[in-house]
Design a protein around this ligand. Structure first.
Ligand code: NI
Length: 186
């Protein structure tokens, strides 16, 4: 396994529409998934999309650490999940309801911002064995899946923001608004 270089905002690979994965079980895709999980864990992120490691394919990895899940409000919490891949994802909102939550991005280091996201979603796709996934998600789970799927369409979280006063450097937000939850970076 290997740590991969993470593209930062400004690199064109983050702005393109990624191509579907045709064979999830291909050894090169399996190795990419392993390397992306290792890179995500090393960077302390909760999600990582293939374009962030310069691979324009519709694939992301994520996990829901128990510490982060436990820190959420009781309402809307999905359980902790170990690292996994989601391939060729499709998202359907459960309703029009959106929630503002704090997000960071491994491609926009040092910053976080409040971003509106659908409160509940259903997502489909394939797992790393090529088997169909269909899940409903709320809370951090829903935020991470929407953030990572956006990466596959060349969308970074600032493009979803409605109020740019709700953005700042992590250290300053921690100093002046210590009560803010840290949703994690993806
Ligand atoms: Ni991101």
């Amino acid at each position: 396994m290997a740590l991969l270089k993470i593209a930062r905002m400004g690199h064109p690979v983050l702005l393109g529409r990624a191509e579907p994965v045709t064979d999830p079980t291909h050894p090169e895709i399996q190795r990419l998934i392993d390397d992306m999980i290792e890179t995500m864990m090393d960077a302390g992120g909760v999600g990582l999309a293939a374009p962030q490691v310069h691979v324009p394919l519709r694939l992301f990895v994520f996990h829901l650490p128990s510490a982060r899940v436990a820190a959420e409000d009781a309402e809307g919490v999905d359980g902790a999940l170990p690292p996994r891949a989601v391939i060729n994802p499709e998202i359907r909102p459960g309703s029009e309801e959106r929630r503002l939550g704090w997000e960071g991005c491994l491609s926009i280091p040092g910053l976080r911002a409040a971003v509106p996201r659908f409160a509940q979603i259903t997502y489909t796709g394939l797992d790393r064995d090529g088997l169909a996934i269909r899940r409903t998600a709320e809370g951090l789970h829903a935020v991470v899946v929407q953030h990572e799927t956006d990466h596959l369409d060349g969308i970074l979280y600032p493009m979803r923001m409605e109020n740019f006063s709700l953005m700042g450097f992590n250290e300053e937000l921690a100093r002046f608004q210590p009560a803010l939850p840290n949703a994690g970076e993806g």
